[in-house]
Design a protein around this ligand. Sequence first.
Ligand code: ATP
Ligand code: MG
Length: 398
Amino acid sequence: MRSFFLIKPGEIELKLGNKREFIQRLKEQIHLRLKGIQLELEEYPGRFFLSIDEEYADLALFVLQHCPGVNGVARAIKTVKQPEMVIAAAIQCAREQRERDAKTFKVETRRSDKSFPLDSYGTTVAAADAILEDNSTFSVNVHNPDFTLMIEIRERAYVYANTLPGPRGLPTGTQGKGLLLLSGGIDSPVAGYMMARRGLALEAVYFHTYPYTSIEAQQKVERLATRLAAWTGGIYLWIVPFTEVQQKIAKGPREETNTLMLRMAMMTASSHIARRINAKAIVTGESLGQVASQTAENMRLSQSPSALPIFRPLIGTDKEETVALAKKIGTYDISILPYEDCCVLFSPKHPILKPDFQELADYYASLELEPLIVESVERAEDTLIPFTKSLREYGFHG
Ligand code: ATP
Ligand code: MG
């Protein structure tokens, strides 16, 4: 048995200029993420149609609902454009909904092929009548139905009942690549998800300060990256040993600037990595005013070692909103595991809130961290977390 999915591509419909490339990328991403599974992916104006073996239906649905550039996806019945076939498909679709306890419905028809013998209204009425006749426990409710049965008369006829949301946004890679600073917290995985939705392909970097932070802290970040990879379609995770850098900062005379100096050092290292992997932007989970290092003045300093744009998609969100998103994207339960990240242990008692930019930029330079930072990047391990590993994390096997 084959399963069919109707896929509604997202914003790419608006991108008239490079629409072709966007469509191509989205198709590539769907193929990549379902690699090794026999499938057909057909493209029509404004719709893709995926046909896949029934045993992979749940997997396909998961993949499509995590693929940026997909606005919505529905399991559909595809049929030839004859009224009696369309009506039969509508009845079948309604029966499936009945098995899920749906009792009320409405029908909506979109007809782009005007040669179909019934017009939209005629198709809607004929389908609704046939459904009611087939099962008298159904009733029509146009305002708040248990399900809306959609009929689309296009190059073929498609009948479906539930459109499930995709991530929307733009296909992975259409906006180039970004480097995500991924800590073990709640925010940075969410920031990664938000930028992945905007078409950035992502690699992630974690600065590890063993033994001040435990191996469990690193494993936690690896699991977060694995969850995030469901949205990005696999991800490279760079683990940078940052203990020496941190120790050198801690030896400096200005304890109150420790966090800020560490941020600047991370940004310097991130710039090196970004250059190496050809990333066009750096992504962080910062939110204005959330902690002392996230004031405007401090962000000016912490970003200063990088010439790349810094994307902070959470800058204007509050914690509750971020938590809700973290739950939605599947990272929250891992983020709240109790392993502290380096910054917590190393935090000054009275962090500096209103730094003098030039004075602290000079202080950063005087710490002469560059050779240690370069060495830390040299020693960094970059590991590919493949999409299939992410699928296993979410309970798909094979
Ligand atoms: P998060 O919940 O993402 O850890 P946070 O609210 O704890 O964020 P900070 O600890 O101040 O905030 O970190 C701000 C941002 O700096 C993080 O969102 C992340 O992008 C980056 N960052 C912090 N620590 C690390 C680290 N050890 N490795 C990589 N990036 C880090
Ligand atoms: Mg943190």
